[in-house]
Design a protein around this ligand. Structure first.
Ligand code: D41
Length: 675
């Protein structure tokens, strides 16, 4: 046996102390300090060191204990059959290795059937039903002994106090995961914050904290839910021979199981399920941190058995962590299209949510102050789905002795104009609207963007070059560019230059609504631009309108009306608009009768899935042309949901709310496009 050098002993000691500290924060205080991924890495390192130096393993090492340490206040209960733990896989290779081991042990020559379900990020529990009546609810604890939380379990609406149907075992341990929906979590934290009480850092800790709340009346006010994922002891009745069938049977007894469960074949099936759930993840109403695969045949599960405390027939395939920690190297100010100053944290690059991230927004100065983020701080960074990465909070425990506080600059970091912050506004702005190149670049990016003038190929770096070279000072200048000028720019071939000129030419044919949106008038988004176009019909009519006439447009308030009026009153804006029109930007005159353009009279549409005859953008344009509105989410105010092929969760929501659903043909008929 190798004798461990002192440095190894020291490292092991340090890791154990750190891990114990975090165990306490997590399991006892329900208030973790660091992201799970960081904790996992420490455990992996400790396990590796201990397996290299087995003589250093001690019974009190955190590796020798599974699950949470029972906390005082609750009675201990021994599970009738132990609650196993789940092995983790973090890559497709590990899933392939899992499947290989399963097939080798079973000497299977065909693909294995696996039941797949999302891995809920909650708290595992075991509920004992005797003769169909709930007798005991216990946390998993260390798998052998948990805590008696029956009083709190009984307050969960989706837990039946009596089993439904018939044929249930006389004694049943039903295993499941207690969790809190994201909506429930936000609502609970909002109320807690209003009352100045402690807020939880994530839904999982909120669920754990609620379940281990000593006062069941308090637990009852927390929105907990449950999905059952299997059984422990089942006496007096033979359960079906497949995991998927056991779940179906449990459902018949009134025990809620995941509606996302699917049975698949082999590795390809499992990986396909993983991909699909990965895409759906952001749209689920609760947090999941991976998927679980289980050999579906119970006979085969028995044959496979388990090692240590984990079954050989199941594995959790984890998603990349959405939260990681990293250090703030600098905080810089970005100047937006309207001059708004946004603090951006420059970070030590970190892999999070499936991508390497080195910048994160801090939204505005108020937010920066509220979170008290300083240069040098360790922070928790979150990147969920396609949402832009954000700094969640500072890890105060890791704040170095020297940090620097960032103040709101008095002058714009780009153009040096003064920075102003209106009374009661969170946003500070650079006042150099026309001299600030940052504002100009952002305005041009907006002008060229897909939903505005849709100038293909005119991206960020080209805009930077055009502005820095002094070739473009306003949007109209874009249409004055010559192929030769573009060719002289860096990384620009003759072919690309010609393409850009061509797409500039193509973009000149637009709609009045898109044109108004492209101008970047403050507070004028797509739907306001649309309302303005519909109301005034011609650019001239809008330009001559008074503030009170603009206020007559549906959904436009006095502030926006003021912004719109001021925009057109400004001489320099007027000149650019005249130039744009002179250079050939045009749109169809609003079609004939008013009745025609208002057939959808104010009705709200939500689009989901793909339509075969037009793109979503086109469908949206048509709806707005005909006087309808388009919204991104389904609510009671939605009039129609248009469902194409492979519709998403919006369709389910529509059914729930009883919103009228239109197929593609019906929708086209409504637009008067035949069908
Ligand atoms: O959704 C879950 N968190 C989940 C957890 C699940 N869907 N299935 C699970 N299956 C098991 C086995 C295979 C051991 C019966 C689990 C867990 N275990 C589990 N949860 C916490 C520790 C183990």
């Amino acid at each position: 046996m190798k004798r461990a050098p002192a440095s190894v002993r020291k490292r092991i000691g340090r890791l154990r102390a750190e891990i114990e500290h975090h165990n306490h924060r997590y399991h006892v205080l329900d208030d973790p300090e660091i992201p799970d991924a960081e904790y996992d890495r420490m455990m992996v390192e400790l396990r590796a060191l201990e397996s290299e130096h087995p003589h250093l393993v001690t019974p009190d090492s955190p590796t020798q204990r599974v699950g949470g340490a029972p906390v005082s206040g609750f009675a201990e209960v021994r599970h009738r059959t132990p609650m196993l733990s789940l092995d983790n896989a973090f890559s497709r290779e590990e899933v392939e290795a899992f499947d290989r081991r399963v097939r080798e042990r079973l000497e299977a020559d065909r693909d294995i059937e696996y039941a797949c379900e999302p891995k809920l990020d909650g708290l595992a529990v075991s509920l004992t039903y005797r003769n169909g009546t709930l007798e005991l609810g216990a946390t998993r604890g260390d798998g052998a002994v948990g805590e008696d939380v029956t009083h709190n379990i009984r307050t969960i609406q989706s837990v039946p106090l009596r089993l439904a149907g018939r044929g249930w075992p006389t004694l049943l341990e039903a295993r499941g995961e207690v969790f809190m929906s994201l909506a429930g979590f936000r609502e609970m934290n909002r109320r807690a914050a209003d009352k100045g009480e402690k807020v939880f850092v994530n839904p999982r800790n909120a669920a754990a904290g609620s379940l281990r709340q000593l006062d069941p009346r308090l637990a009852a006010s927390r929105p907990l839910e449950i999905f059952f994922y299997g059984t422990g002891l089942a006496e007096g009745r033979k359960l079906p021979g497949r995991h998927s069938e056991i779940l179906a049977t449990m459902r018949d007894w009134g025990l809620r199981t995941s509606p996302e469960m699917r049975v698949v074949e082999g590795v390809d099936g499992m990986l396909g399920y993983y991909e699909q759930m990965g895409r759906r993840r952001a749209r689920l109403p609760y947090q999941i941190d991976g998927v679980v695969y289980k050999v579906d045949s119970v006979a085969r599960q028995r044959e496979l058995g388990f090692i240590a405390r984990a079954p050989r027939w199941a594995i959790a395939h984890k998603f990349p962590a959405e939260e990681e920690m990293t250090r703030v190297k600098a905080i810089e100010w970005q100047v937006g299209r309207t001059g708004a100053l946004t603090p951006v944290a420059r970070l030590e690059p970190v892999f999070v949510g499936g991508a390497t991230v080195s910048n994160a927004t801090l939204h505005n100065f108020d937010e920066l102050q509220r979170k008290d983020v300083r240069v040098g701080d360790m922070v928790i960074l979150r990147r969920a789905g396609d949402v832009i990465p954000e700094v969640v909070r500072v890890i105060l425990e890791k704040r170095p002795s020297k940090t620097s506080i960032v103040r709101l600059p008095a002058a714009c970091p780009v153009c040096g104009s003064s920075v102003e912050r209106e009374e009661g506004e969170a946003i500070a702005r650079c006042t150099g609207a026309l001299v600030c190149s940052a504002q100009l670049k952002e305005s041009l990016r907006h002008f060229a963007s897909r939903r505005a003038m849709d100038i293909e190929g005119l991206g960020t770096s080209l805009i930077d070059q055009l502005v820095d070279a002094g070739l473009v000072e306003n949007p109209a200048d874009l249409y004055r560019l010559k192929v030769q000028q573009l060719e002289e720019l860096e990384r620009m071939g003759a072919k690309s230059a010609a393409n850009i000129i061509e797409s500039l030419g193509r973009s000149k044919a637009t709609t009045l609504a898109r044109f108004l949106f492209a101008l970047g008038i403050r507070d004028v988004g797509e739907s306001t631009a649309d309302a303005l176009a519909r109301h005034f019909r011609t650019l001239e009519a809008l330009r001559q309108a008074t503030v009170s006439q603009i206020e007559e447009v549906p959904d436009i308030g006095p502030i926006t009306a003021g912004h719109v009026h001021a925009f057109f009153a400004e001489k320099r804006n007027a000149r650019v608009i005249d130039d744009l029109v002179r250079l050939g930007v045009h749109w169809p005159e609003t079609r004939g009768a008013a009745a025609r353009s208002n057939v959808l009279g104010g009705k709200t549409f939500v689009l989901t899935g793909a339509l075969s005859s037009l793109s979503r953008d086109q469908a949206g344009d048509r709806i707005r042309e005909l006087g309808g509105k388009v919204s991104g989410s389904v609510s009671k105010k939605t009039d129609y949901v248009v469902a194409g092929s492979e519709p998403g969760s919006k369709l389910r929501k529509a059914t729930e709310l009883g919103v009228k659903i239109l197929g593609e043909d019906e929708f086209l008929r409504m637009l008067g496009d035949g069908g």
